[in-house]
Design a protein around this ligand. Structure first.
Ligand SMILES: CC(C)(COP(=O)(O)OP(=O)(O)OC[C@H]1O[C@@H](n2cnc3c(N)ncnc32)[C@H](O)[C@@H]1OP(=O)(O)O)[C@@H](O)C(=O)NCCC(=O)NCCS
Length: 193
């Protein structure tokens, strides 16, 4: 029997805190900072659905709908802050029934310090423990091993390798998809404790 859909709508806006980061719901004012970060080709070429160079009006429009998405329970997008400064974004989107998709990106100066894992771990926990989702999907370009490492460390399992269109690159890329079930996450965090 298919389990009933998770009730993701009408959730209060929450800030998640980790050892080194604050993850707060995005606001329209974050569009400018996101534009700066995504003006770096090394960041945006890894984001399959993003435009390069980024368009300021599109970015403003996108950040302008995040609050409605949150209220509707269709996407939950968090600005990643380190010492009060936005260094990236981590989100759950494409929420449908009990499934959702995890994504993240950071400014280049913040790479290599474990921040993506730390932020994503908090949001995965939010997805399973607070929203009641049963399964998360994610994925990365085949030439993005750092993202693969983050997903594997979270407990995601590789699924399929396929060709997909990349908007930022303007061509097809090899894409590796992953998934993580809430049960596997719970067993894993139980083992970690
Ligand atoms: C992918 C990204 C979020 C990783 O952020 P990060 O904070 O540097 O990630 P973490 O530090 O948590 O972990 C990265 C891991 O990948 C490893 N790594 C980094 N570059 C690597 C490479 N070229 N090959 C293999 N492993 C690599 C790191 O050593 C680290 O592993 P460790 O924890 O075992 O030491 C960041 O590089 C980024 O924002 N990239 C551009 C946007 C993007 O790719 N978003 C994801 C789209 S799927």
């Amino acid at each position: 029997m298919r389990p009933s859909a998770a009730n993701t709508g009408n959730r209060p806006a929450v800030t998640l805190t980790t050892d080194r980061l604050a993850l707060r719901p995005t606001t329209p004012a974050d569009a400018q900072r996101a534009f700066e970060i995504q003006s770096d080709w090394d960041v945006t070429r890894m984001l399959r659905m993003a435009q390069f160079p980024p368009d300021p009006d599109d970015m403003t429009g996108w950040f302008g709908v995040h609050r409605q998405e949150w209220i509707a329970g269709t996407a939950f997008r968090f600005a990643i802050e380190r010492k009060g400064h936005m260094i990236g974004l981590v989100d759950l989107d494409e929420i449908d029934g009990e499934e959702g998709e995890l994504g993240y990106w950071l400014e280049k100066p913040s790479w290599g310090q474990g921040y993506a894992f730390e932020a994503a771990q908090a949001v995965v926990s939010f997805a399973f423990e607070q929203l009641g989702l049963a399964r998360l999907k994610s994925g990365h370009a085949a030439d993005n091993p750092a993202s693969g490492k983050v997903l594997l460390k979270l407990g995601f399992r590789p699924e399929k390798t396929m060709r997909k269109a990349s908007r930022s690159r303007g061509e097809e890329i090899l894409h590796q998809s992953y998934s993580l079930a809430s049960e596997a996450w719970r067993n894993r965090s139980g083992a970690d404790r």
